[in-house]
Every structure is written in C-alpha cells, then in structure tokens.
Design a protein around this ligand. Structure first.
Ligand code: IPE
Ligand code: IPE
Ligand code: MG
Length: 249
C-alpha cells in the first residue's frame, strides 16, 4: 500500500482549522480591496498600501498553491480604476509591471501558470510585454492557474464576447450560453466557486459578472494588505458550510 501524500505546512494548518481538503473550492476569485484605506489609516500614501497589497498577493498565491486550489483569479485593476488620479494609476501600472517581472521566476519554480483577463491592449506597452513574457514562460506549467484581471470589467468582457461572436458571423438563433461562455477572455477556466471580497464592501464592482452567477460570496472586513492564511481559511470554511443548490432542491 502506498503512503498517503505528505501534508505540507499549509495543508496541515488547513486541517487543523477544520477544512475538508477533499472539498476545497476549485477556483477562488478575490476582489483585493482596501489598500488605500489601509494606508490612509496609517498616515501613509495610498501607493504604499498597494505595495503592501502586492506582498500579500505573493503569499496568498503560494498559500493557495500549497493548499491545492486549482485556480486563483484576482482583481488587480478594474476598467473603471482609470478614473483615479493619474499618479495613482501610473503608480499601479508600474507596480504591476515590476511585480510581473520580479515574481516570474518564483512563479515558474512553483509550477504556476499565469494568465490575464481584461483589455490588455490598453495598458502600457512595457506592462503588456511583461505579462506576455509571464504567460509564455509558464504556459505549460501544471500547478495552480493564476489569473490577473487588469483593465478588467465584466461588462466590457461581455461586449468583447458579443463583438467576437458577431465577427465570426454566428447566426442569432445558434447563440446559447455555451457560445457566450466560449467567447469570454479565458474560456478554458471554470467559473469561480468562491468569491472573496476584502475591506467590507458588499458589491461585485463589475468583476466576473457572467462567471459568478452561482459562486458563493465571502466578505471579510480585513483590508487586503492584512489578509492572510487565517482569513483565507475562514472564507473556505464558510464556503464548506454552505449548501450549493444551483436552482435545484
Ligand atoms: C484595491 O484597493 C486596489 C485597487 C482598486 C487597485 P483600493 O485602492 O480600492 O483601496 P480603497 O478601497 O480605496 O481602500
Ligand atoms: C474593485 O475595487 C477593483 C479592484 C479591487 C481592482 P474598487 O475599490 O475599484 O471598487 P469600488 O469603487 O469600491 O466599487
Ligand atoms: Mg476600493
């Protein structure tokens, strides 16, 4: 008889926290909110909150990978975030680009497959290049799929899907839900099972509006820079206590 797979540190902590490792959400989506408030409350510039949020993301990605979550999708910059002051927008773009370049080796070493979602052709060319490099380098990795939503809007994604369906000349009476789903940015990625929003707001802010039709929502008061494994496991525990019905009984 072969020995059961060794429990890594993260899986051991999860078991101790009462998590059923056999019933993990396959896909977790996160609205990483509260960076600005976290910084302001400490008398810091908002961008320092974003920088701290980036450190959090590195840890949470590795935690999810060790835990055995198959897909992690995070909202890094919304299609509406261009409305913020230019200095914050520029700072965010630079931070995401630096993170994409600096973390690539770590992600590749951990067998992470990188993807993006959003109107990537509208972000600065050097960021596009860094993202393309990350996607190409990690395309054959078999570990967690990590999707960065950048310049992402759920409505924009639906508009883009409708445009490509129309461009392909698919007749109206042949369009069904599968047609729409297969024209989204990442049609091979399953819908999220659990959506986590940090910093307490009870809204979707235009994130994955098609894909989240039946996902479970967990809102924590914790701001993203302070999010950690304990809060993650708390959300997973809430998820495991729910009964998903998908409209049935
Ligand atoms: C989330 O934090 C990160 C982005 C939207 C880029 P916020 O910047 O929205 O932080 P708050 O909501 O102002 O605290
Ligand atoms: C959602 O947060 C976008 C990201 C986390 C990137 P926002 O802070 O932009 O959302 P609203 O403005 O509070 O709805
Ligand atoms: Mg916010």
């Amino acid at each position: 008889m072969s020995a059961p797979p060794a429990l890594n540190e993260t899986r051991r902590k999860a078991t101790e926290a009462g998590i059923d490792l056999g019933g993990l959400p396959e896909h977790i989506a996160v609205i990483m909110d509260g960076n600005g408030r976290w910084a302001t409350a400490r008398g810091l510039q908002r961008l320092l909150g974003h920088r701290e949020g980036y450190r959090t993301l590195r840890t949470v990605l590795l935690d999810c990978s060790e835990l055995g979550v198959r897909y992690l999708t995070v909202y890094a910059f919304s299609a509406e975030n261009w409305r913020r002051p230019a200095t914050e927008v520029e700072g965010l773009m630079k931070l995401i680009e630096r993170a994409a370049r600096d973390e690539l080796r770590l992600m590749h070493r951990n067998n992470v497959r990188v993807r993006v979602a959003g109107r990537i052709d509208e972000v600065p060319p050097s960021l596009q290049e860094a993202l393309r490099d990350g996607i190409e380098t990690t395309r054959d990795n078999t570990g967690i799929t990590f999707t960065l939503a950048i310049n992402y809007g759920g409505r924009a994604e639906l508009v883009d899907a409708i445009r490509s369906i129309t461009r392909e000349g698919i007749p109206a009476d042949q369009i069904d839900e599968a047609t729409v789903a297969s024209h989204l940015y990442n049609p091979d990625i399953p819908d999220p099972d659990l959506m986590i929003r940090t910093a307490g707001e009870m809204r979707w802010s235009n994130f994955l509006i098609w894909q989240s039709a039946y996902c479970e929502l967990a809102v924590t008061q914790v701001a993203w820079p302070e999010f950690d494994l304990t809060v993650l496991l708390d959300a997973v525990r809430q998820f495991q206590a729910r009964r998903r019905k998908f409209g049935g009984l």
